[in-house]
Design a protein around this ligand. Structure first.
Ligand code: ZN
Length: 318
């Protein structure tokens, strides 16, 4: 029996013992004894009734809590089944259940390294591009008419890997400039929204490419090329194919490096995500890489803004 049930039982007992007819007011032989069936006189049956009601209340609460958990688990499993066709490191899970919202967890890990503990609003801003750009269609999440491939470093049909990368990198640079400008004009909520889009795109880049497979020198060349359009991109870099117009967007017909087969959006996404390299799954490697890149973008933002604007922007994180 739980401690709370014991406490409730003790309370019920003390209420009965403190009542006028059971403590200090016992009838003496001169008083007319109350009738045994008088409702105002508690007896052992009343006591067990109170205890039973207390226990029932506790059990009802527990049953409600269990039903609540089952309900949320069912919703999570349902949502996760949609996510097979989503656009990114997952944005739809509930943290702590079935993988959670991975974009949010990456962000939380990156902000913690910078001493920022609470970042709920920043996490929302980072998940927002997926929520905004997908809709439920025939019980599946699909890109809607707001979907923009460069926001997720997706490679559309007919685009080369380098073209898709350049469009994603351009989006990151322009959105980061907006983030800085908005903050300098004291529009910190708009600055936060832009920062969320930048971080989302870069986290997606890690999942939607083979950057983690490249030698370190090529990784550095690639990361620098996000911020400098004049740099030459390693020819080995590939981005996953995703065609919003296809009946199966994540696996366009004939694509040798499709999103569904090669992205590392969650631990169970595909064989590639589960593949173990030097003791770690590729998903785990991509996750760590995305945390590193997120931290670097936050540091870049902090340096460009200066102390006061940065602190004001951080206030918007939670
Ligand atoms: Zn995305």
């Amino acid at each position: 029996m739980s401690e709370s049930v014991n406490i409730e039982m003790e309370r019920a007992n003390s209420l009965i013992e403190d009542s006028p007819s059971s403590a200090g007011a016992l009838p003496n032989s001169d008083d007319t004894p109350p009738a045994a069936s008088t409702p105002s006189t508690p007896n052992i049956d009343d006591r067990s009734t109170v205890i039973n009601l207390t226990l029932k209340k506790q059990l009802d609460k527990k049953a409600t809590a269990i039903l609540f958990m089952i309900y949320h688990l069912a919703i999570t499993i349902f949502i996760c089944s949609w996510v097979s066709s989503a656009l990114a490191f997952d944005s739809y899970g509930i943290v702590g259940v079935a993988g959670g919202a991975i974009h949010g967890k990456i962000t939380e890990d990156a902000t913690k390294r910078m001493g920022i503990i609470d970042c709920d609003k920043l996490q929302e801003a980072i998940r927002f591009p997926d929520w905004e750009q997908t809709s439920v269609h025939r019980l599946k999440l699909r890109p809607n008419n707001l979907y923009i491939p460069s926001n997720h470093f997706d490679r559309m049909a007919g685009k080369s890997h380098a073209q898709a990368f350049k469009e994603g990198a351009y989006f990151v640079r322009t959105e980061h400039e907006k983030c800085i400008r908005f903050a300098q004009y004291d529009k910190f909520d708009a600055s936060l929204a832009s920062l969320g889009r930048v971080l989302h795109a870069v986290q997606d880049f890690v999942s939607h490419s083979n950057v983690i497979d490249l030698p370190e020198s090529k990784q550095q060349e690639t990361l620098k090329a996000i911020w400098d359009d004049s740099l030459v991109l390693p020819i080995e870099l590939m981005l996953t194919g995703y065609d919003a117009t296809d009946s199966n967007p994540g696996k366009p017909l004939g694509d040798q490096f499709s999103h569904d087969d090669f992205s590392k959006d969650n631990p169970n996404k595909n064989a590639e995500a589960k593949l173990i390299v030097q003791g770690k799954s590729k998903y785990k490697i991509a996750y760590g890489f995305a945390v590193d890149q997120s931290e670097q973008i936050l540091t870049r933002t902090k340096e460009q803004l200066g102390r006061d604007d940065w602190l004001n922007l951080v206030k918007e994180f939670d």
